[in-house]
Design a protein around this ligand. Sequence first.
Ligand SMILES: *Cc1c(COP(=O)(O)O)cnc(C)c1O
Ligand code: SF4
Length: 350
Amino acid sequence: MTVDRPIRTARELAVAGLIDTTAEEAVSRVASRYAVAITPAVADLIDRDDPNDPIARQFVPDPAELTFSPEERSDPIGDGEHSPVTGIVHRYPDRVLLKAVHVCPVYCRFCFRREMVGPQGLGTLTAAELDAAIGYIAGHRQIWEVILTGGDPLVLSPRRLAEMLGRLRAIEHVKVVRFHTRVPVVEAERIDADLIAALKASGKATYVALHANHPRELSAEARAAAARLIDAGIVMVSQTVLLKGVNDDPDVLAELMRGFVETRIKPYYLHHPDLAPGTGHFRLSIEEGQALAESLRGRVSGLCQPTYILDIPGGHGKAVVSANAISSGGCGSYTITDFRGNAHSYPPKG
Ligand SMILES: *Cc1c(COP(=O)(O)O)cnc(C)c1O
Ligand code: SF4
């Protein structure tokens, strides 16, 4: 069944055939804790006959989300510890996050900022807060890159985006503006000439990082939306979260990474899932993640290789967690492992 507007409640999920009516009450409890939204495009991607559908798993609430474990944190990557002014996260010297909005067109059930996004989340920056955030960027000459995230910055109207980005234009030391978004996949029709012009309104090198986790998300509409952005001179990269039951399979990951490259989107990051509350059913071990990341090596084009990373809990930043292909082999030499898993020795220097 096709829907014509976003699904936001347990009742609407049941009417759309995405949950069983017997599950409505349990799902309703989840929805009152963590925001729900499924756009028509995403609802169309879901196979109602597959109880393990990888798209449904990402967006349809699951009662398991109310099972919490002690290692989980409400702010898993420690945004709060590095926020000098509202809306800015400044963890690395040369770049800041600018979180202007905490609304998304869809709500991912594994979201690492699930306590901050949604109608009950941190909301949108006020005019005064935005002034202070832009003032912070202008006042710190080491800020080379501004990363708009949230929430999903592409839910803002082209007019508001253009106004905000126009203010970055005047800041000489900012050279790069990056957006993190799911819009090209989940609401591709938003990517029109007005929005594209707005994204470029800073006059800086403009990058869009697309969040997608399963090859079926790269529909014809999504690919066309990405092509519109890229043809307009915007560079696109990908980010994918490794998720149990969604993409923890070498063939699925390979197809996804190839899909990005076919769409001219360079695979950038493969994220180990964060310790967000109620997301234990999505998590896999580091060893499983390393084996999956390693499964791409050699088997698929070098263009298709993302960097496997995790965000260190507590706000210490991202770290590469790929299995190390090189180790000390004794007497100063090295042992290096090829993509088939065979070890070879490599001589020490000199
Ligand atoms: C992830 C993140 C970035 C971006 O990191 P890159 O490695 O440049 O993609 C920047 N600032 C903060 C606070 C982040 O969490
Ligand atoms: S789009 Fe990003 S911020 Fe929004 S719910 Fe999904 S993961 Fe969270």
